[in-house]
Write a protein that binds this ligand. Structure first.
Ligand code: BDP
Length: 705
């Protein structure tokens, strides 16, 4: 007879067996996305065997442990290998190492951060992996590159690469406010805990630095370009210094967004006139104070005379006057990044023309340590814009590209839109001035408006992590294809199984075009609702300033739709090099993707497909909606490859996107119908609700505003 104790033990044993079987059956344990692409999921099968051949695997370095960045590199390598192998490694040491790090090459000809990886002899006459960094941060980047390859299942002995960053500055701009609210943030509160700094440093600050370093990001502007002067006060400098200290071992320099009127706001002066010697002296003293606390401070990022921000024009001075005064304060130490995103509240000029008109005449007048940061397109981070005409038009100015990683205009965090194809489109664009956009900005850099927040998954959705990742990878190498980036991201983040990648990578690559289709097809732009930009608002025509209104951008009426930017209209086209303008000036030959950006055309305008413009527009809305349905279906088939928690999270987001794609399509069509009075093309579904219904919707609580 079984005694009570024995029975309990047996039941417990059965339960354990069942639990173990259950956990084996589920694809992976639940994950919340916090580990990003740095999951280093344990290798299996051949990939594991190949890495195991390195027994005993450990990490060696050439005696440069005194350098904090090398220490990070060694730790990251150790940690990554342990996770991939699923076991502890022997301690690091020179004798038994199989990955040999050489981190002090010191060659001024080669850009900082460059590295090479290959198999070869390592100490103790054994075959191993050699990793040579031109400098400590080169070693760190090399380590992440090696782990990236191994994570994807690469044969360690076949890894052979030499890599050099294309651009010196690979930067994130955070639009985070000191109170924790993130402007255009859809991932929760700010990750920067200004309230508790400098005493308390959240572990997230280290994990954030790891993530950035792993994709080559080396600079961070921590606060909103709509800046509070307070961030320049002594107590904030102390907070910032703590972050700078934490991020230095990851090769990251800090920048501050500086409010141009700070000498007035917090400096006790009655002016911020850049030509006033007292103002220059104030900034000089402020810079000295910052450098005393942060010797490698990167510099200031400035939004001036744009959307109500103060700037040099308040005193009748130019952008160059303002930027150069700050540059003098930072001279030989740091950089002024001056944003070209300007449009004036008093200017009647087509908004798409204003930045070029203000900046191009100043070419050659900016100090050497000034960079002018230009958004990818001439309006504002729309789902599709032509490249900004300033690229290539200012050969004597350092120009940098600004992209938006957070999806303010592409459905917030709940829509799946992989942005690499959008950035690839702009980087590859031929400016007609003898260089592509990538070639214009490569000597300088790229900035991305961050999408991080306090959400466990960092970016508000699992797939939005891919945009952070893609931004870093493209800033490192703008010739990388979107496909390669999507593949390596998906393999590291979700699953390295081929069937999974073959399904999910194409889905990612087509996702941004789907958004263009269901929101702003054929070159339409800025039709989002007022303020928060959530959802459609093409009917908004009555806001105070003309360019605040979607009607300003689409110009639709009974006869036609689109913004004439040719010589018969605003002539924004003439800001492009002649050969580029020639491609877009003819309504018959222009790429339909840009048609309504540059032309006002009749609803019955014949399109290359043989459809009328109206039918083509409706067709594209339907195509976008159908694509999202297809994406949802593809995802449904991936359950076996993804842990339950993230599988469900993505599934739910796709359901939101399906509904909202329909909403965009229906509301837009209902509105155009009210203007053009046309019939819907044969077989096309009418909008589900009335125009009045769509107009009545309001979302004052939409995030990020
Ligand atoms: C717009 C955003 C606004 C930013 C501005 C900018 O709506 O919140 O302040 O860009 O880039 O797209 O300065």
């Amino acid at each position: 007879m079984m005694r009570g104790r024995e029975l309990v033990n047996r039941i417990a044993a059965v339960c354990l067996t069942v639990l173990a079987a259950l956990s084996l059956a589920s694809p992976a344990q639940a994950e919340d996305g916090y580990d990003l692409w740095l999951r280093y999921a344990p290798l299996e099968g051949e990939a594991l065997e190949r890495l195991e051949a390195f027994d005993p695997v450990s990490v060696t370095n050439s005696g440069a442990y005194d350098d904090p960045i090398v220490r990070t590199a060694v730790e990251e390598l150790h940690r990554g290998l342990e996770q991939l192998l699923g076991r502890k490694l022997s301690p690091m040491g020179e004798e038994n190492g199989i990955v040999w790090l050489e981190c002090k090459f010191d060659d001024d000809e080669v850009p900082s951060g460059s590295f090479g990886i290959g198999s070869g002899d390592v100490p103790a006459n054994r075959e191993g992996i050699q990793l040579v960094g031109v400098d400590p941060v080169g070693c760190l980047y090399g380590v992440y590159a090696l782990l990236r390859e191994l994570s994807q299942g690469a044969d360690p002995f076949a890894i052979s690469t030499i890599s050099t960053p294309a651009m010196p500055l690979r930067m994130l701009n955070h639009w985070d406010n000191p109170d924790g609210h993130v402007e255009r943030g859809y991932a929760g509160r700010s990750i920067f805990d200004w309230w508790h700094l400098p005493e308390r440093l959240d572990q997230r600050m280290i994990d954030y630095a790891r993530a950035n370093a792993s994709i080559g990001i080396n600079a961070v502007a921590v606060n909103n370009v709509n800046a509070r002067a307070m961030m320049l006060e002594k107590r904030y400098i102390e907070k910032l210094a703590r972050l700078a200290d934490a991020w230095r071992p990851y090769g990251i320099r800090v920048f501050l967004s500086a409010r141009f009127s700070a000498p007035r706001d917090i400096g006790g002066l009655d002016t911020a006139d850049p030509l006033d010697p007292r103002v220059a002296a104030w900034w000089q003293a402020k810079a000295d104070e910052i450098y005393a606390a942060i010797p490698d401070f990167g510099g200031f990022l400035v939004k001036a005379n744009s959307e109500g921000q103060p700037g040099p024009q308040d005193y009748g001075r130019t952008h160059a006057d303002g930027a150069n005064m700050l540059a003098e304060a930072l001279r030989d130490r740091g950089t002024v990044i001056w944003r070209a995103f300007v449009y004036s509240a008093e200017d009647e000029t087509d908004r798409a023309k204003q930045a070029y008109e203000e900046f191009v005449p100043l070419d050659g007048q900016f100090a050497d340590n000034v960079i002018v940061q230009v958004k990818n397109g001439p309006i504002d981070f729309q789902p599709r814009e032509p490249f900004h005409p300033m690229f290539g038009a200012m050969p004597n100015t350092h120009l940098m590209l600004e992209a938006q990683i957070t999806k303010e205009y592409l459905g917030f965090a709940s829509h799946l839109a992989f942005l690499a194809p959008m950035w690839e489109e702009v980087l590859d664009a031929d400016t007609g001035h003898g260089a592509t956009v990538a070639e214009v900005v490569s000597p300088v850099g790229m900035a991305g408006v961050g999408n991080t927040g306090s959400d466990r998954n960092w970016s508000g959705s699992d797939f939005d992590q891919a945009n952070w990742y893609a931004f870093g990878r493209l800033a490192w190498d703008p010739t990388l294809s979107s496909e390669q980036i999507a593949r390596e991201w998906a393999a590291q983040t979700f699953s390295r199984e081929e069937p999974f990648l073959d399904a999910v990578v194409p889905m990612m690559l087509e996702s941004r075009e789907a958004v263009v289709d269901y929101m702003t097809p054929l070159g339409l732009a800025h039709l989002m609702a007022t303020g928060h930009h959530y959802g459609p608002g093409p009917w908004v025509c009555d806001l105070g300033r003309p360019e605040w209104n979607p009607c300003y951008y689409h110009r639709a009426d009974a006869e036609g739709i689109g913004f004439d930017r040719t010589v018969t209209g605003s002539d924004a086209l003439s800001q492009y090099a002649p050969q580029v303008a020639a491609e877009w000036e003819d309504v018959a030959t222009i790429d339909p993707a840009y048609l309504l950006w540059f032309h006002h055309v009749a609803w019955d305008h014949p399109m290359p497909t043989g459809r009328s413009l109206w039918a083509e527009l409706v067709h594209r809305y339907d195509r976008g909606v159908a694509k999202v349905d297809e994406m949802a279906e593809i995802w449904t088939g991936q359950q076996e490859f993804v842990d339950p928690q993230r599988f469900r999270a993505v599934t739910e987001n796709l359901a939101i996107q399906q509904a909202e794609a329909r909403w965009w399509r229906d509301a837009s069509i209902a509105y155009w119908l009210s203007l053009n009075g046309l019939d819907l093309p044969e077989g096309v579904q009418p909008p589900a609700e009335s125009l009045e219904y769509y107009r009545s919707l309001s979302f004052p609580e939409a995030p990020g505003n």
